[in-house]
Design a protein around this ligand. Structure first.
Ligand code: ZN
Ligand code: ZN
Length: 511
């Protein structure tokens, strides 16, 4: 607490509050629910009334502010201040919800002084009844008034609705009275924190994606109320929310509940929501990691050691599947990814299993080793790398299947180059290779125009050719098509036919 000089405004507020309480002490009493026995409150009312009746007697008020119950004492102090409003030095009381200034006007608790001086706000009036809650009463600070339900823990309906609507997390009903975050409502398997409120017939659950490191769901749910045993009134639970489709002895089926130490720390506000979830995961992770049999988990679904189902769930491309099938048998114990995507799995496996992954896609060991070195020097997305490697391997296979030649005539070398570019890399690459190698004159120009006709690109480039070249090209197109399209085994025959049509004899030797 620290001392602060009162402002004129503050003094005026105290005088106005005293004037109200000189009229009636009712604003200091809660509204009683049906289950609440009224006798204790009747007794308090008459004690407060006794103080009010002495409102003009400075001397009696001075005595009354030193003796008796906390609230009547605080009232006596305020009414005495009304008779002689000299500037009081304000004191600040600290609560978990923030600082509250008040004027020390009586010999009583600061809660009682705050309740009497600022109790027009039901949340402040609540402070005057904290002691009563310890004796079995339940108090709820609704928007308009403080309500006491006595021994009945059920909150007033209106209070409950308001309390849940004020939660800082976005939660919605899931059909059976419970409130859950959108991810859990959508059926995602993400670790979750639940705070139950059995007296209100509800539970609020948020997932780790929602849980924040600076929020405390339990405090939000139990705010604005004073009850006998908050710890058992709001049971806290944490779950990994894993859907285990693994074997009956999978550790997921035997995970412990929230340990007592963590539960206590959370109850005392020493752990925020996110921290509690993280600490619980740290606690149970070793139990899963200890397993010798593989435990494969993707997006919160456990497949046990069933690699085939796990890989299917990741919806891999052909090369990702090949890589996963070769590398997963090397993986033991817990292997978990938060998203059911093959690229995620491969990225996680990459640092330890790069060689196995690449070897599955690139058969040539030397090229595979080079690729691993390159990838480690410039890390990128593993799936992209595999995609590129697979493409390169396919191109190489395509080219290796074609016959090799020596002593090719210029026309034959030209045709062979364009055909190889087309077969390994597609039409665009073929078109580019064609113009890169196109001479200023010679039979190649007619062959080039013929190839452009086969590629469907003759119209776009017609202006680059003479009439003679175009006519020659048109006459060759039918003989050129098989060079691009026939199977590799017919390639040599296609070369011979195309060059024969162009009148080129003695065009080269097959090795
Ligand atoms: Zn969520
Ligand atoms: Zn499991």
């Amino acid at each position: 607490m620290r001392v602060r000089r009162a402002s004129g405004g503050r003094e005026g507020e105290l005088v106005r509050r005293a004037a109200t309480l000189r009229e009636s002490v009712e604003p200091l009493l809660p509204k009683l629910g049906r289950a609440c026995p009224p006798d204790r409150f009747d007794r308090l009312r008459s004690e407060l009334e006794e103080v009010r009746e002495a409102r003009e007697d400075d001397h009696r008020l001075d005595r009354m502010r030193r003796w008796g119950e906390p609230l009547p004492r605080a009232l006596a102090g305020l009414l005495k201040f009304y008779l002689d409003p000299e500037l009081p030095a304000l004191v600040v009381a600290r609560f978990p919800s923030g600082e509250v200034p008040y004027a020390p006007l009586a010999k009583t608790s600061h809660e009682a002084e705050i309740a009497v001086q600022t109790g027009a706000d039901p949340e402040r009036l609540l402070l005057g009844y904290l002691e009563w809650a310890r004796k079995g009463f339940h108090f709820f600070a609704a928007d308009a008034s403080l309500v006491c339900t006595g021994p009945d823990p059920a909150p007033p309906e209106e209070f409950k609705a308001r309390q849940l609507a004020r939660l800082s997390y976005r939660v919605g009903p899931d059909g059976d009275g419970r409130l859950r975050c959108p991810h859990l409502v959508a059926g995602e398997h993400v670790p979750s924190l639940s705070v139950g409120w059995p007296a209100a017939g509800t539970t609020v659950t948020v997932c780790r994606r929602c849980a924040k490191g600076d929020r405390h769901l339990l405090s939000e749910m139990s705010a604005r109320m004073a009850i006998p045993d908050p710890e058992s009134a709001f049971p806290v639970a944490v779950s990994l929310e894993v859907k285990c489709t693994g074997p009956d002895d999978c550790p997921h089926r035997y995970l412990p509940e929230l340990p007592r130490g963590l539960r206590k720390a959370y109850h005392f506000g020493k752990l925020a929501d996110r921290e509690l979830l993280d600490r619980y995961e740290e606690e149970v992770r070793p139990l899963l990691e200890r397993s010798r049999a593989p435990i494969l988990v993707a997006a919160g679904v456990c497949y046990g050691a069933d690699r085939a189902r796990f890989i299917d769930a990741l919806r891999p491309t052909a090369e990702e599947r090949t890589a996963l099938e070769s590398v997963l048998p090397e993986v033991g114990g817990l292997f978990e990814i938060d998203e059911a995507a093959a690229s995620r799995a491969l990225e996680k496996l990459w640092p330890e299993h790069a060689e196995t992954i690449v070897a599955a896609i690139v058969p040539d060991p030397e090229r595979a080793a080079r690729l691993v070195r390159e990838a480690k020097a410039a890390p990128g997305r593993v799936s992209e790398l595999l995609h590129r490697a697979a493409k390169a391997s396919r191109e190489r296979e395509t080219l290796d299947a074609l016959p090799a030649y020596e002593a090719l005539a210029p026309e034959a070398a030209f045709l062979d180059a364009i055909a190889r570019a087309f077969r390994s890399q597609g039409a665009k690459a073929a078109e580019k290779a064609l113009f890169d190698r196109l001479p200023r004159e010679g039979k190649e120009r007619g062959l080039a125009f013929g190839l452009l006709i086969v590629l469907g690109r003759d119209a776009a480039h017609a202006w680059q050719f003479t009439d003679t070249e175009r006519t020659f090209g048109r006459s060759l197109a039918a003989a050129l098509a098989p060079l691009l399209q026939d199977p590799a085994a017919a390639y040599d025959a296609a070369m011979a036919r195309a060059l024969g049509a162009a009148g080129v004899t003695d065009w080269g030797r097959r090795i």
